[in-house]
Design a protein around this ligand. Sequence first.
Ligand code: NAG
Ligand code: NAG
Length: 511
Amino acid sequence: MRVLPTLWLAATALATNFNQPVLWEDLADLDIFRVNDTFYYSASTMHYSPGAPILHSYDLVNWEFIGHSVPNLDWGNIYNLDGGQAYVKGIWASTLRYRKSNGMWYWIGCIQFSKTYVFTSPSATGPWTQSGVINTCYYDCSLLIDDDDTMYVAYGGTQISVAQLSSDGLSQVKTQQVFSSSFSIEGSRFYKRNGQYYILNDQPANAEYVLKSSSPWGPYTQKQLLNNIATPISGGGIPHQGGIVDTPNGDWYYMAFVDSYPGGRVPVLAPITWGSDGFPVITTVNGGWGTSYPYPLTPHTLSSPTGKDTFQGTSLGSQWEWNHNPDPNYYSVNNGLTLKTAKVTNDLYAARNTLTHRILGPQSYATIQLTINNMKPGDRSGLAMLRDSSAYVAVINNSGTLRVSMVQGLTMDSNWNTASTGNEVAGVNLPSGTSTIWLRASADIHPGSGRTAVFYYSTDGTTFHSIGSSYVLNNAWNFFMGYRYAIFNYATSSLGGSVVVNSFDMESGSP
Ligand SMILES: *[C@@H]1O[C@H](CO)[C@@H](O)[C@H](O)[C@H]1NC(C)=O
Ligand SMILES: *[C@@H]1O[C@H](CO)[C@@H](O)[C@H](O)[C@H]1NC(C)=O
Protein backbone atom coordinates (compact mmCIF):
# COMPACT_ATOMS: atom_id res chain seq x y z
CA MET A 1 0.00 0.00 0.00
CA ARG A 2 3.04 2.25 0.09
CA VAL A 3 2.91 2.81 -3.65
CA LEU A 4 -0.38 4.69 -3.50
CA PRO A 5 0.82 8.01 -2.02
CA THR A 6 3.72 8.11 -4.51
CA LEU A 7 1.43 7.57 -7.47
CA TRP A 8 -1.00 10.12 -6.14
CA LEU A 9 1.78 12.69 -5.77
CA ALA A 10 3.08 12.04 -9.27
CA ALA A 11 -0.39 12.41 -10.74
CA THR A 12 -1.00 15.62 -8.81
CA ALA A 13 2.29 17.13 -9.94
CA LEU A 14 1.50 16.33 -13.57
CA ALA A 15 -2.01 17.69 -13.36
CA THR A 16 -1.05 20.93 -11.63
CA ASN A 17 1.71 22.17 -13.92
CA PHE A 18 1.29 23.58 -17.40
CA ASN A 19 3.86 23.79 -20.21
CA GLN A 20 4.68 26.59 -22.64
CA PRO A 21 3.27 27.77 -24.89
CA VAL A 22 -0.22 27.53 -23.39
CA LEU A 23 -1.63 27.10 -26.92
CA TRP A 24 0.80 26.51 -29.80
CA GLU A 25 -1.12 28.52 -32.39
CA ASP A 26 -0.49 31.87 -34.06
CA LEU A 27 -2.37 34.27 -31.73
CA ALA A 28 -0.34 37.48 -31.82
CA ASP A 29 -0.76 40.83 -30.08
CA LEU A 30 -2.79 39.29 -27.30
CA ASP A 31 -5.10 41.33 -25.08
CA ILE A 32 -6.35 39.37 -22.05
CA PHE A 33 -8.80 40.28 -19.28
CA ARG A 34 -11.22 38.64 -16.88
CA VAL A 35 -14.96 38.94 -16.29
CA ASN A 36 -16.03 37.06 -13.15
CA ASP A 37 -14.48 33.58 -13.46
CA THR A 38 -13.87 33.75 -17.23
CA PHE A 39 -10.75 34.98 -19.01
CA TYR A 40 -10.92 36.41 -22.51
CA TYR A 41 -8.23 36.68 -25.20
CA SER A 42 -8.29 38.86 -28.32
CA ALA A 43 -5.66 38.62 -31.10
CA SER A 44 -4.53 40.24 -34.36
CA THR A 45 -5.49 38.74 -37.71
CA MET A 46 -4.37 41.28 -40.37
CA HIS A 47 -5.92 40.15 -43.73
CA TYR A 48 -7.91 37.21 -42.31
CA SER A 49 -11.70 37.46 -42.06
CA PRO A 50 -13.60 37.44 -39.76
CA GLY A 51 -10.97 39.29 -37.73
CA ALA A 52 -9.86 39.61 -34.10
CA PRO A 53 -10.77 36.18 -32.73
CA ILE A 54 -12.03 35.88 -29.15
CA LEU A 55 -11.04 32.91 -27.01
CA HIS A 56 -12.11 32.16 -23.46
CA SER A 57 -10.59 30.17 -20.61
CA TYR A 58 -11.28 29.33 -16.96
CA ASP A 59 -7.66 28.64 -15.98
CA LEU A 60 -5.51 30.84 -18.33
CA VAL A 61 -4.01 27.68 -19.87
CA ASN A 62 -6.83 25.92 -21.75
CA TRP A 63 -8.32 28.26 -24.36
CA GLU A 64 -11.20 27.84 -26.80
CA PHE A 65 -12.32 30.00 -29.75
CA ILE A 66 -15.78 31.53 -29.16
CA GLY A 67 -16.12 34.23 -31.82
CA HIS A 68 -14.68 37.25 -33.62
CA SER A 69 -15.05 40.97 -32.85
CA VAL A 70 -14.89 42.03 -36.52
CA PRO A 71 -17.37 40.05 -38.68
CA ASN A 72 -16.12 41.47 -41.98
CA LEU A 73 -13.19 43.67 -43.04
CA ASP A 74 -15.21 46.57 -44.50
CA TRP A 75 -12.31 48.86 -45.34
CA GLY A 76 -12.30 48.79 -49.14
CA ASN A 77 -12.35 46.40 -52.08
CA ILE A 78 -8.80 45.22 -51.53
CA TYR A 79 -10.10 43.34 -48.47
CA ASN A 80 -12.25 41.38 -50.98
CA LEU A 81 -9.20 40.65 -53.19
CA ASP A 82 -10.82 42.98 -55.69
CA GLY A 83 -8.50 45.44 -57.46
CA GLY A 84 -5.55 44.43 -55.29
CA GLN A 85 -4.86 42.72 -52.01
CA ALA A 86 -4.72 43.60 -48.32
CA TYR A 87 -2.01 41.18 -47.19
CA VAL A 88 -0.52 42.30 -43.85
CA LYS A 89 -2.98 45.22 -43.64
CA GLY A 90 -6.17 45.03 -41.60
CA ILE A 91 -6.17 44.16 -37.91
CA TRP A 92 -3.01 44.89 -35.93
CA ALA A 93 -2.69 45.14 -32.13
CA SER A 94 -6.19 46.05 -30.94
CA THR A 95 -8.16 45.83 -27.70
CA LEU A 96 -11.22 44.12 -26.25
CA ARG A 97 -13.02 44.82 -22.95
CA TYR A 98 -16.34 44.20 -21.20
CA ARG A 99 -18.16 47.23 -19.77
CA LYS A 100 -20.16 46.38 -16.67
CA SER A 101 -22.32 49.54 -16.62
CA ASN A 102 -24.16 48.73 -19.87
CA GLY A 103 -23.33 45.06 -20.37
CA MET A 104 -21.62 45.82 -23.70
CA TRP A 105 -18.39 44.44 -25.17
CA TYR A 106 -16.08 46.87 -26.97
CA TRP A 107 -13.39 46.13 -29.55
CA ILE A 108 -11.20 49.04 -30.71
CA GLY A 109 -8.53 48.99 -33.43
CA CYS A 110 -6.75 51.32 -35.85
CA ILE A 111 -6.75 50.21 -39.49
CA GLN A 112 -3.87 51.03 -41.86
CA PHE A 113 -2.47 53.83 -39.64
CA SER A 114 -5.58 55.86 -40.43
CA LYS A 115 -8.92 55.65 -38.61
CA THR A 116 -9.86 53.80 -35.45
CA TYR A 117 -12.96 51.62 -35.48
CA VAL A 118 -15.14 50.76 -32.49
CA PHE A 119 -17.16 47.54 -32.66
CA THR A 120 -19.66 46.65 -29.93
CA SER A 121 -21.76 43.65 -29.00
CA PRO A 122 -24.17 42.70 -26.20
CA SER A 123 -22.27 39.40 -25.89
CA ALA A 124 -18.70 38.22 -26.52
CA THR A 125 -20.11 35.76 -29.04
CA GLY A 126 -21.91 38.51 -30.97
CA PRO A 127 -23.64 39.89 -32.88
CA TRP A 128 -20.82 42.43 -33.32
CA THR A 129 -21.48 45.69 -35.17
CA GLN A 130 -19.35 48.67 -36.15
CA SER A 131 -20.66 51.43 -33.85
CA GLY A 132 -18.11 54.23 -34.10
CA VAL A 133 -15.27 55.62 -36.20
CA ILE A 134 -12.63 57.92 -34.64
CA ASN A 135 -10.43 60.02 -36.93
CA THR A 136 -7.30 59.47 -34.81
CA CYS A 137 -5.23 56.32 -35.30
CA TYR A 138 -4.96 54.55 -31.94
CA TYR A 139 -1.91 52.55 -33.01
CA ASP A 140 -1.35 49.47 -30.79
CA CYS A 141 -4.17 50.46 -28.45
CA SER A 142 -5.57 49.33 -25.12
CA LEU A 143 -8.90 50.18 -23.52
CA LEU A 144 -9.17 50.86 -19.77
CA ILE A 145 -12.59 51.30 -18.21
CA ASP A 146 -11.98 53.18 -14.96
CA ASP A 147 -13.80 52.59 -11.65
CA ASP A 148 -16.04 55.61 -12.43
CA ASP A 149 -16.84 54.04 -15.87
CA THR A 150 -14.76 56.59 -17.85
CA MET A 151 -13.22 54.95 -20.90
CA TYR A 152 -9.56 55.65 -21.71
CA VAL A 153 -7.40 54.33 -24.53
CA ALA A 154 -3.58 54.19 -24.33
CA TYR A 155 -1.86 54.02 -27.70
CA GLY A 156 1.10 54.97 -29.86
CA GLY A 157 4.68 54.09 -30.70
CA THR A 158 7.46 55.57 -28.53
CA GLN A 159 5.30 58.71 -27.94
CA ILE A 160 2.56 57.16 -25.79
CA SER A 161 -0.81 58.95 -25.68
CA VAL A 162 -4.02 58.54 -23.70
CA ALA A 163 -7.41 59.39 -25.20
CA GLN A 164 -10.62 59.82 -23.24
CA LEU A 165 -13.74 58.54 -24.99
CA SER A 166 -17.29 59.91 -24.85
CA SER A 167 -19.63 58.30 -22.30
CA ASP A 168 -20.97 55.90 -24.97
CA GLY A 169 -17.37 54.96 -25.85
CA LEU A 170 -17.90 55.67 -29.54
CA SER A 171 -16.05 58.97 -30.04
CA GLN A 172 -13.08 60.89 -28.67
CA VAL A 173 -13.41 63.63 -26.04
CA LYS A 174 -9.70 64.47 -25.86
CA THR A 175 -6.28 62.97 -26.39
CA GLN A 176 -2.91 63.87 -24.94
CA GLN A 177 0.63 62.57 -25.11
CA VAL A 178 1.51 61.20 -21.67
CA PHE A 179 5.01 59.80 -22.14
CA SER A 180 7.94 60.02 -24.53
CA SER A 181 10.30 57.07 -24.39
CA SER A 182 14.01 57.47 -25.04
CA PHE A 183 13.89 54.20 -27.00
CA SER A 184 11.33 52.54 -29.25
CA ILE A 185 8.25 51.14 -27.46
CA GLU A 186 4.76 50.08 -28.61
CA GLY A 187 2.09 47.46 -27.86
CA SER A 188 0.33 49.39 -25.07
CA ARG A 189 -1.77 47.52 -22.49
CA PHE A 190 -3.55 49.76 -19.96
CA TYR A 191 -4.58 48.73 -16.40
CA LYS A 192 -5.53 50.14 -13.01
CA ARG A 193 -4.52 48.47 -9.76
CA ASN A 194 -4.73 49.87 -6.22
CA GLY A 195 -5.45 53.35 -7.57
CA GLN A 196 -2.39 53.35 -9.87
CA TYR A 197 -2.48 53.43 -13.67
CA TYR A 198 -0.15 51.11 -15.58
CA ILE A 199 0.73 51.02 -19.28
CA LEU A 200 2.75 48.01 -20.40
CA ASN A 201 4.82 48.40 -23.58
CA ASP A 202 7.22 46.21 -25.43
CA GLN A 203 10.52 47.20 -26.97
CA PRO A 204 10.42 44.95 -30.06
CA ALA A 205 11.32 42.20 -29.92
CA ASN A 206 13.12 41.43 -26.68
CA ALA A 207 11.94 43.59 -23.77
CA GLU A 208 8.85 44.77 -21.89
CA TYR A 209 8.49 48.01 -19.93
CA VAL A 210 5.90 49.33 -17.50
CA LEU A 211 4.72 52.93 -17.09
CA LYS A 212 3.08 53.84 -13.76
CA SER A 213 1.21 56.94 -12.60
CA SER A 214 -1.46 57.98 -10.10
CA SER A 215 -3.41 59.67 -12.94
CA PRO A 216 -4.32 58.39 -16.42
CA TRP A 217 -2.78 61.63 -17.77
CA GLY A 218 0.58 61.11 -16.04
CA PRO A 219 3.27 61.92 -15.22
CA TYR A 220 4.42 58.32 -15.72
CA THR A 221 7.61 56.66 -14.53
CA GLN A 222 9.08 53.83 -16.58
CA LYS A 223 10.59 50.58 -15.35
CA GLN A 224 11.82 47.48 -17.13
CA LEU A 225 9.82 44.29 -16.59
CA LEU A 226 12.12 42.05 -18.63
CA ASN A 227 14.94 42.30 -21.13
CA ASN A 228 16.41 39.36 -23.04
CA ILE A 229 14.94 36.86 -20.59
CA ALA A 230 15.71 33.23 -21.52
CA THR A 231 12.88 31.97 -23.72
CA PRO A 232 10.79 28.98 -22.68
CA ILE A 233 10.45 27.82 -26.31
CA SER A 234 13.63 26.30 -27.66
CA GLY A 235 14.71 28.16 -30.80
CA GLY A 236 12.01 30.80 -30.36
CA GLY A 237 12.26 34.52 -29.66
CA ILE A 238 12.17 36.30 -26.31
CA PRO A 239 8.75 36.72 -24.68
CA HIS A 240 7.81 40.38 -25.02
CA GLN A 241 4.55 42.13 -26.04
CA GLY A 242 1.69 41.10 -23.78
CA GLY A 243 -0.70 41.86 -20.98
CA ILE A 244 -1.47 41.11 -17.34
CA VAL A 245 -4.54 39.75 -15.57
CA ASP A 246 -5.52 38.71 -12.05
CA THR A 247 -7.36 35.55 -11.03
CA PRO A 248 -10.44 35.57 -8.76
CA ASN A 249 -7.96 34.57 -5.99
CA GLY A 250 -5.97 37.78 -6.50
CA ASP A 251 -2.91 36.18 -8.16
CA TRP A 252 -1.43 38.03 -11.12
CA TYR A 253 -0.10 36.66 -14.43
CA TYR A 254 1.69 38.10 -17.43
CA MET A 255 1.03 36.57 -20.83
CA ALA A 256 3.41 37.49 -23.64
CA PHE A 257 4.04 36.14 -27.10
CA VAL A 258 7.12 34.47 -28.50
CA ASP A 259 8.15 34.89 -32.15
CA SER A 260 8.08 31.33 -33.32
CA TYR A 261 8.37 31.41 -37.12
CA PRO A 262 7.50 29.67 -39.42
CA GLY A 263 4.51 29.16 -37.09
CA GLY A 264 3.82 32.77 -36.07
CA ARG A 265 3.59 34.19 -32.54
CA VAL A 266 2.50 32.00 -29.66
CA PRO A 267 1.40 32.82 -26.08
CA VAL A 268 3.44 32.03 -22.95
CA LEU A 269 2.32 32.64 -19.37
CA ALA A 270 4.22 33.47 -16.16
CA PRO A 271 3.21 34.49 -12.63
CA ILE A 272 4.06 38.01 -11.48
CA THR A 273 4.27 39.60 -8.04
CA TRP A 274 4.27 43.27 -7.10
CA GLY A 275 7.38 44.94 -5.68
CA SER A 276 7.30 47.48 -2.83
CA ASP A 277 7.71 50.21 -5.50
CA GLY A 278 4.37 49.15 -7.00
CA PHE A 279 5.89 47.70 -10.19
CA PRO A 280 5.37 44.08 -11.28
CA VAL A 281 8.14 41.47 -11.09
CA ILE A 282 8.21 38.23 -13.13
CA THR A 283 8.57 34.94 -11.31
CA THR A 284 11.52 33.32 -13.08
CA VAL A 285 12.85 29.78 -13.11
CA ASN A 286 16.69 29.66 -13.02
CA GLY A 287 16.63 33.31 -14.10
CA GLY A 288 14.56 32.64 -17.22
CA TRP A 289 10.92 32.38 -18.24
CA GLY A 290 9.84 28.96 -16.94
CA THR A 291 9.07 26.22 -19.42
CA SER A 292 6.53 25.08 -16.81
CA TYR A 293 4.71 26.66 -13.85
CA PRO A 294 1.95 25.52 -11.50
CA TYR A 295 -1.53 25.93 -12.94
CA PRO A 296 -3.01 29.33 -11.97
CA LEU A 297 -6.32 27.67 -11.07
CA THR A 298 -7.89 24.22 -11.09
CA PRO A 299 -7.36 22.91 -14.64
CA HIS A 300 -10.51 23.27 -16.73
CA THR A 301 -10.19 21.60 -20.11
CA LEU A 302 -12.22 22.88 -23.05
CA SER A 303 -12.74 21.56 -26.59
CA SER A 304 -9.52 20.20 -28.06
CA PRO A 305 -7.76 22.10 -30.85
CA THR A 306 -7.30 18.75 -32.60
CA GLY A 307 -9.94 16.48 -34.10
CA LYS A 308 -12.27 16.21 -37.05
CA ASP A 309 -14.60 19.00 -38.19
CA THR A 310 -17.37 17.71 -40.45
CA PHE A 311 -18.94 21.15 -40.96
CA GLN A 312 -22.24 20.33 -39.30
CA GLY A 313 -24.87 23.03 -38.96
CA THR A 314 -24.97 26.07 -41.20
CA SER A 315 -22.00 28.14 -40.05
CA LEU A 316 -18.28 27.66 -39.54
CA GLY A 317 -16.72 27.19 -36.11
CA SER A 318 -14.92 30.20 -34.58
CA GLN A 319 -11.49 28.70 -35.25
CA TRP A 320 -11.93 29.27 -39.02
CA GLU A 321 -10.92 32.43 -40.89
CA TRP A 322 -10.94 33.19 -44.61
CA ASN A 323 -8.01 34.65 -46.53
CA HIS A 324 -9.56 38.18 -47.00
CA ASN A 325 -13.37 38.56 -46.92
CA PRO A 326 -15.19 35.63 -48.52
CA ASP A 327 -17.93 36.04 -51.10
CA PRO A 328 -20.90 34.45 -49.29
CA ASN A 329 -22.60 33.64 -52.62
CA TYR A 330 -19.94 31.05 -53.37
CA TYR A 331 -19.86 28.90 -50.28
CA SER A 332 -22.29 27.18 -47.92
CA VAL A 333 -22.07 25.05 -44.79
CA ASN A 334 -24.53 22.21 -44.40
CA ASN A 335 -23.17 18.82 -43.34
CA GLY A 336 -20.04 19.69 -45.29
CA LEU A 337 -18.56 22.83 -46.75
CA THR A 338 -19.43 23.50 -50.40
CA LEU A 339 -16.87 25.69 -52.14
CA LYS A 340 -18.01 26.95 -55.52
CA THR A 341 -15.23 28.46 -57.58
CA ALA A 342 -15.48 32.20 -56.86
CA LYS A 343 -12.87 33.66 -59.17
CA VAL A 344 -11.09 32.86 -62.44
CA THR A 345 -7.37 33.23 -61.80
CA ASN A 346 -4.06 31.38 -62.03
CA ASP A 347 -2.98 32.73 -58.67
CA LEU A 348 -3.87 31.15 -55.33
CA TYR A 349 -3.00 34.47 -53.62
CA ALA A 350 -5.69 36.20 -55.71
CA ALA A 351 -8.31 33.43 -55.38
CA ARG A 352 -11.35 34.19 -53.21
CA ASN A 353 -12.91 31.98 -50.54
CA THR A 354 -9.75 30.25 -49.36
CA LEU A 355 -10.51 28.99 -45.87
CA THR A 356 -7.69 28.90 -43.33
CA HIS A 357 -6.95 27.16 -40.04
CA ARG A 358 -4.10 27.87 -37.63
CA ILE A 359 -1.49 25.13 -37.54
CA LEU A 360 -1.13 23.42 -34.17
CA GLY A 361 2.55 23.31 -33.23
CA PRO A 362 5.13 22.17 -32.85
CA GLN A 363 4.07 19.51 -35.34
CA SER A 364 0.67 18.55 -36.73
CA TYR A 365 -1.01 17.32 -39.88
CA ALA A 366 -4.33 18.15 -41.49
CA THR A 367 -6.39 15.90 -43.75
CA ILE A 368 -9.34 17.01 -45.87
CA GLN A 369 -11.83 14.76 -47.60
CA LEU A 370 -13.14 16.24 -50.85
CA THR A 371 -15.99 15.33 -53.16
CA ILE A 372 -14.70 16.31 -56.59
CA ASN A 373 -17.30 15.13 -59.12
CA ASN A 374 -18.49 18.66 -59.92
CA MET A 375 -15.15 20.18 -60.87
CA LYS A 376 -15.07 21.98 -64.21
CA PRO A 377 -12.12 21.86 -66.62
CA GLY A 378 -9.33 24.05 -65.26
CA ASP A 379 -10.58 24.01 -61.64
CA ARG A 380 -8.04 23.54 -58.86
CA SER A 381 -9.00 22.52 -55.36
CA GLY A 382 -6.68 21.53 -52.55
CA LEU A 383 -4.84 22.09 -49.32
CA ALA A 384 -2.05 24.66 -49.00
CA MET A 385 0.60 25.69 -46.55
CA LEU A 386 -0.26 29.36 -46.95
CA ARG A 387 2.05 32.28 -46.31
CA ASP A 388 4.15 34.71 -48.40
CA SER A 389 5.95 31.59 -49.67
CA SER A 390 3.52 28.75 -50.21
CA ALA A 391 3.04 25.25 -51.54
CA TYR A 392 0.04 22.98 -51.98
CA VAL A 393 -1.42 19.66 -53.02
CA ALA A 394 -4.44 19.97 -55.32
CA VAL A 395 -6.81 18.11 -57.56
CA ILE A 396 -6.93 19.62 -61.02
CA ASN A 397 -9.46 18.92 -63.73
CA ASN A 398 -7.01 18.89 -66.63
CA SER A 399 -9.57 19.06 -69.48
CA GLY A 400 -11.25 15.93 -68.30
CA THR A 401 -8.31 14.13 -66.70
CA LEU A 402 -8.26 14.46 -62.94
CA ARG A 403 -4.76 14.97 -61.67
CA VAL A 404 -3.30 15.29 -58.18
CA SER A 405 -0.52 17.81 -58.24
CA MET A 406 2.02 19.10 -55.73
CA VAL A 407 2.96 22.70 -56.46
CA GLN A 408 5.57 24.83 -54.76
CA GLY A 409 7.40 28.11 -55.35
CA LEU A 410 4.42 30.42 -54.84
CA THR A 411 5.97 33.67 -53.64
CA MET A 412 5.17 37.30 -52.90
CA ASP A 413 7.38 40.35 -53.28
CA SER A 414 8.11 42.73 -50.40
CA ASN A 415 4.82 44.58 -51.05
CA TRP A 416 2.98 41.25 -50.83
CA ASN A 417 2.11 41.21 -54.53
CA THR A 418 2.39 37.85 -56.21
CA ALA A 419 5.88 37.24 -57.58
CA SER A 420 5.34 33.62 -58.67
CA THR A 421 2.31 31.35 -58.90
CA GLY A 422 4.51 28.27 -58.45
CA ASN A 423 5.34 25.16 -60.45
CA GLU A 424 4.24 21.54 -60.37
CA VAL A 425 6.88 19.40 -58.67
CA ALA A 426 5.03 16.11 -59.10
CA GLY A 427 1.67 14.97 -60.42
CA VAL A 428 -0.35 11.77 -60.74
CA ASN A 429 -3.42 11.17 -62.92
CA LEU A 430 -6.38 9.65 -61.08
CA PRO A 431 -8.52 6.78 -62.43
CA SER A 432 -11.52 8.20 -64.31
CA GLY A 433 -14.61 8.25 -62.16
CA THR A 434 -12.73 9.13 -58.96
CA SER A 435 -15.22 11.19 -56.98
CA THR A 436 -13.67 11.31 -53.50
CA ILE A 437 -10.15 12.16 -52.52
CA TRP A 438 -8.21 12.85 -49.30
CA LEU A 439 -5.45 15.45 -49.27
CA ARG A 440 -3.04 15.91 -46.39
CA ALA A 441 -0.37 18.38 -45.29
CA SER A 442 2.02 17.57 -42.48
CA ALA A 443 3.83 20.55 -40.93
CA ASP A 444 6.78 20.97 -38.59
CA ILE A 445 6.64 24.51 -37.21
CA HIS A 446 9.30 24.27 -34.51
CA PRO A 447 10.85 27.77 -34.59
CA GLY A 448 13.87 27.98 -36.87
CA SER A 449 15.02 27.56 -40.44
CA GLY A 450 14.76 24.44 -42.55
CA ARG A 451 11.42 23.22 -41.13
CA THR A 452 9.38 21.38 -43.71
CA ALA A 453 5.91 20.39 -44.79
CA VAL A 454 5.08 17.18 -46.65
CA PHE A 455 1.99 16.66 -48.82
CA TYR A 456 0.00 13.47 -49.36
CA TYR A 457 -3.07 12.18 -51.18
CA SER A 458 -5.26 9.09 -50.80
CA THR A 459 -8.09 7.62 -52.84
CA ASP A 460 -9.43 5.42 -50.02
CA GLY A 461 -8.79 7.48 -46.87
CA THR A 462 -6.49 4.76 -45.51
CA THR A 463 -3.39 4.55 -47.67
CA PHE A 464 -1.73 7.92 -48.08
CA HIS A 465 0.92 8.50 -50.76
CA SER A 466 3.39 11.31 -50.29
CA ILE A 467 3.64 13.53 -53.34
CA GLY A 468 6.37 15.94 -54.42
CA SER A 469 9.28 16.97 -52.27
CA SER A 470 9.47 18.23 -48.68
CA TYR A 471 8.63 21.89 -48.79
CA VAL A 472 10.96 24.14 -46.78
CA LEU A 473 8.97 26.68 -44.76
CA ASN A 474 9.94 30.36 -44.74
CA ASN A 475 10.73 31.50 -41.18
CA ALA A 476 11.18 35.25 -41.80
CA TRP A 477 9.01 37.43 -39.51
CA ASN A 478 8.16 40.18 -42.01
CA PHE A 479 4.79 38.78 -43.11
CA PHE A 480 3.86 38.67 -39.39
CA MET A 481 1.25 35.94 -39.76
CA GLY A 482 2.57 32.38 -39.58
CA TYR A 483 1.78 29.53 -41.97
CA ARG A 484 -1.80 28.24 -42.02
CA TYR A 485 -3.53 25.21 -43.46
CA ALA A 486 -5.66 26.60 -46.30
CA ILE A 487 -8.48 24.92 -48.22
CA PHE A 488 -9.13 26.35 -51.67
CA ASN A 489 -11.09 25.89 -54.88
CA TYR A 490 -10.55 28.29 -57.77
CA ALA A 491 -11.21 28.30 -61.51
CA THR A 492 -8.59 28.93 -64.15
CA SER A 493 -11.04 28.78 -67.03
CA SER A 494 -14.64 29.58 -66.05
CA LEU A 495 -16.91 29.58 -62.99
CA GLY A 496 -19.63 27.03 -62.27
CA GLY A 497 -17.74 24.15 -60.67
CA SER A 498 -17.69 23.22 -56.99
CA VAL A 499 -16.28 20.78 -54.47
CA VAL A 500 -17.59 19.60 -51.12
CA VAL A 501 -15.16 19.55 -48.21
CA ASN A 502 -16.64 16.75 -46.10
CA SER A 503 -14.16 17.00 -43.28
CA PHE A 504 -11.02 18.66 -41.97
CA ASP A 505 -9.08 16.65 -39.42
CA MET A 506 -6.09 18.15 -37.58
CA GLU A 507 -3.99 15.85 -35.41
CA SER A 508 -0.82 16.60 -33.49
CA GLY A 509 2.48 14.92 -34.31
CA SER A 510 3.32 13.49 -37.72
CA PRO A 511 1.27 10.97 -39.70
C1 NAG B 1 -20.69 38.50 -13.41
O1 NAG B 1 -21.28 38.09 -12.21
C2 NAG B 1 -22.38 38.90 -11.77
C3 NAG B 1 -22.80 38.46 -10.37
O2 NAG B 1 -23.01 37.06 -10.34
C4 NAG B 1 -23.50 38.77 -12.79
O3 NAG B 1 -24.61 39.57 -12.43
C5 NAG B 1 -22.98 39.22 -14.15
O4 NAG B 1 -23.97 39.01 -15.13
C6 NAG B 1 -21.72 38.46 -14.55
N1 NAG B 1 -21.19 39.09 -15.75
C7 NAG B 1 -21.00 38.42 -16.89
C8 NAG B 1 -20.54 39.21 -18.06
O5 NAG B 1 -21.18 37.21 -17.00
C1 NAG C 1 -13.65 17.69 -65.90
O1 NAG C 1 -13.77 18.27 -67.18
C2 NAG C 1 -14.42 17.49 -68.14
C3 NAG C 1 -14.47 18.24 -69.46
O2 NAG C 1 -13.20 18.54 -69.91
C4 NAG C 1 -15.82 17.07 -67.72
O3 NAG C 1 -16.37 16.18 -68.67
C5 NAG C 1 -15.75 16.42 -66.35
O4 NAG C 1 -17.06 16.18 -65.88
C6 NAG C 1 -15.03 17.33 -65.37
N1 NAG C 1 -15.06 16.85 -64.00
C7 NAG C 1 -14.51 15.72 -63.58
C8 NAG C 1 -14.70 15.41 -62.11
O5 NAG C 1 -13.87 14.98 -64.31
